[in-house]
Design a protein around this ligand. Structure first.
Ligand SMILES: [Zn+2]
Ligand SMILES: [Zn+2]
Length: 284
């Protein structure tokens, strides 16, 4: 994944109205890179043969709703990530930090709660799962930071088992690695092959061009899309695919229409207006 300072610089220039989001993500990426050695640790203890077996049975590698994981390193990383909310909201942050360091189940409970939700990462960041201070906007960041606290570990798992995942021929709409609903739909290459992308673990897998990732619907009458902006401007590469069978949506990025390699993480943020529009129209 392209995560250089230049990448962020380019996006900051191109999407000035999303500056605040981009800067927050840049802070996160900085901390992620600083802690890269600690993130090499295997927190899931999944053997390759178990992985092959699970995928063969159509089950994702990890489902944090049930599966256990070693929470020590992710918790440490989460406490570091809280430095991002500290500056603007010192009191609420200190309170949360205290809860996590004194109650040994607190962090794990937050993760279990987060992963029991059916919403995608893109939608999660618009919701509050903690209610420490009703008026503190920064708490919208907490779900995002909780997801981030596990991201490098999931990303490592996905990297280590890349071949196993590819060989499994996974064709579901949920992520083969972390069980979460796909966050983005991507169109790749000249023939327009489609894949789904999971922001929790940087996993990308092929998916049918005309199929709803949420319910598997393939009836073209029920699948549609909308766009915002003119078709010849920079919005042209973005679409929102919708399904009238299950009322779900997923943002679709045509990577062929981008000069540079896209960074899915940033792309997800700078297309927040598409999420808002989709939700306004009753999709989820
Ligand atoms: Zn995933
Ligand atoms: Zn559907």
């Amino acid at each position: 994944m392209v995560n250089t300072i230049e990448t962020f610089e380019r996006y900051r220039k191109e999407f000035p109205h999303y500056l605040e989001f981009i800067e927050t993500l840049q802070q996160i990426v900085l901390l992620r890179n600083e802690n890269v050695a600690a993130h090499k640790k295997d927190i899931f203890s999944l053997t390759q043969s178990d992985a092959i077996q699970k995928l063969k049975e159509g089950r994702p590698l990890i489902n944090l709703h049930n599966d256990l994981f070693a929470d020590q390193e992710p918790e440490k990383y989460f406490l570091k990530l809280l430095s991002i909310t500290e500056k603007d909201h010192p009191e609420a942050t200190a309170e949360l930090r205290k809860t996590i360091t004194t109650d040994e189940n607190a962090y794990r409970d937050l993760i279990t709660d987060l992963f029991s939700r059916k919403t995608s990462l893109a939608q999660n960041k618009n919701q509050r799962i903690l209610n420490i201070d009703e008026h503190a906007d920064h708490l919208d960041l907490i779900p995002l930071l909780l997801h981030e606290s596990l991201k490098p570990f999931f990303s490592q798992l996905t990297k280590d088992l890349k071949q196993v995942i590819e060989n499994s021929g996974w064709s579901q709409g949920i992520c083969p690695a972390c069980s979460r609903p796909a966050d983005l739909s991507l169109i790749r290459e000249e023939e327009g092959k489609r894949s789904l992308f999971c922001l929790q673990c940087d996993c990308e897998w092929p998916y049918k061009r005309m199929q709803c990732p949420s319910c598997g619907e393939e009836d073209q009458q029920k699948l549609s899309y909308f766009t915002l902006g003119d078709t010849d401007d920079k919005d042209a590469k973005y679409r929102v695919n919708i399904c009238r069978q299950c009322q779900s949506y997923i943002k679709n990025i045509d990577t062929r229409k981008s000069k540079n390699e896209i960074n899915p993480e940033i792309e997800n943020l700078i297309t927040l207006h598409l999420d808002l529009q989709a939700m306004k129209e009753g999709f989820q």
